[in-house]
Ligand binder design. Structure first.
Ligand SMILES: *Cc1c(COP(=O)(O)O)cnc(C)c1O
Length: 391
């Protein structure tokens, strides 16, 4: 059986070594030493000055919305995981959807201005599948209309934009360290900001609003994480470069093998380093997508319709027509991609997909279309043998 994803697991003994120290200290949660160490190591790895480790990626978004005192309308993308929208509603704001770009699948900045009203307080955009939004264009609009910007960067661990971690952008960026994400701490997440006042506010909010032993300067919530989850993060972080490389290898293999398949891949915009978080494939029609999905399921290979349906169709929002998103959401499917997936698995998946379309399975020499930057990068790594991981 091949699922769409499997969590990365370090060797059991690596985790047990941390658990032993937890037993010795008897300090389980409340800003313990492993939580502190994980925050430090993540800052080092990502080359960031600040981040706050929190209990999950959903509460990270809630903290961001709350810390920025957002009210009224928040402009957002209809093409993301449900938490991007549900947190806006949960915080008492109204999501106003703006359609996506048909090639990057990220919010289309050219359509944002038309959606701005006097009640708009912010833009909340997702870098979908780990591919950066048009950050410059969004920033310009935010500046012009005095709006805050939050990025849901839940798919973005390892993605770099303009020589910096993508978590550096926006007033606040958030991420998730859930088990299904590329770097995980079982459950977990983080908020990022370069603004000291916001950082301090969220640090206090994360811990019930405590600003001293018996002092509460903010309305707070319980958004902290614990020593066991931090231990998993500390076990996984040393493997992260290997994880990223393996995903790159598998993705490049998919691209070469699927060269003749009549589908489109996500266009990567301006990305210095992409993390290969997902492998989405856009079919020509919903029927073709479903046909391929069913064919794979007969062989016990399970793809997922990420992201379907469009979030603008949720029962608790004002339904808005989003022609591009509605169309993409119907036709897109993510192929299996995880650390222990083998090249032979990828070959099998590709053979089945090609067979469904009766496509030529032999001629796979032409470089696949995935944006020139990435293709040449992968090709050169394959040619020079710098991507070398046993599958
Ligand atoms: C996973 C995910 C979340 C939620 O993160 P959790 O840690 O599961 O709460 C939010 N937004 C996006 C885009 C996600 O993929």
């Amino acid at each position: 059986m091949i699922p769409v994803t499997k969590p990365f697991l370090p060797a059991e003994r690596e985790f047990k070594a941390y658990v032993k120290t937890i037993w010795e200290r008897q300090w389980l949660t409340n800003n313990g030493p492993l939580v502190n160490t994980l925050e430090l190591k993540l800052k080092e790895y990502l080359n960031l000055d600040h981040l706050l480790y929190v209990s999950n990626g959903t509460i990270a978004l809630q903290l961001a919305i709350k810390a920025l005192d957002l009210t009224g309308e928040i402009i957002t993308t209809p093409f993301s995981f449900v938490a991007t929208t549900s947190t806006i509603v949960w915080q008492g704001c109204n999501p106003v959807f703006v359609d996506i770009d048909p090639e990057t699948f990220n919010i289309d900045p050219g359509k944002i201005e038309a959606a701005i009203t006097p009640r708009t307080s912010a833009i909340l955009a997702t870098h979908v599948y780990g591919t950066p939004c048009d950050i410059d264009a969004i920033q310009q609009i935010a500046h012009k209309y005095n709006l805050k910007v939050i990025y849901d960067a839940a798919h973005c661990f390892g993605t770099r934009y303009k020589n910096k971690s993508i978590f550096e952008y926006g007033d606040i960026s958030t991420t998730s360290f859930h088990s299904t994400k590329l770097f995980h701490t079982i459950e977990g997440g983080a908020v990022f900001t370069r603004q000291p006042d916001l950082l301090k506010k969220m640090a206090i909010m994360r811990n019930f609003g405590y600003s001293g032993t018996d002092e509460f300067s903010e309305l707070g919530i319980n958004a902290k994480n614990c020593e066991f989850h931090a231990a998993m993060g500390l076990c996984n972080l040393p493997h992260i470069d290997e994880i990223l490389k393996k995903r790159k290898l598998l993705s490049s293999h998919y691209l070469l093998r699927l060269n003749k398949l009549d589908v489109k891949f996500q266009k990567l915009h301006n990305v210095d380093e992409y993390n290969y978080a997902y492998f989405p494939v856009l079919f020509r029609s919903e029927e073709l997508m479903k046909e391929s999905k069913e064919k794979l399921e007969l062989a016990q290979i399970y793809c997922r319709r990420y992201f379907y349906p469009s979030l603008s169709a949720l029962p608790y929002v004002n339904n808005m027509e989003m022609p591009v998103c509605d169309d993409v959401a119907k036709r897109i499917m993510c192929l299996p991609l995880y650390h222990t997936l083998t090249l032979a698995d990828v070959d099998l998946i590709c053979r089945l997909l090609l067979r469904t379309q009766n496509a030529d399975q032999n001629n796979v020499t032409e470089p696949a279309h995935f944006g020139t930057l990435i293709t040449t990068q992968i090709e050169s790594e394959i040619n020079t043998g710098t991507v070398k991981i046993d599958a």
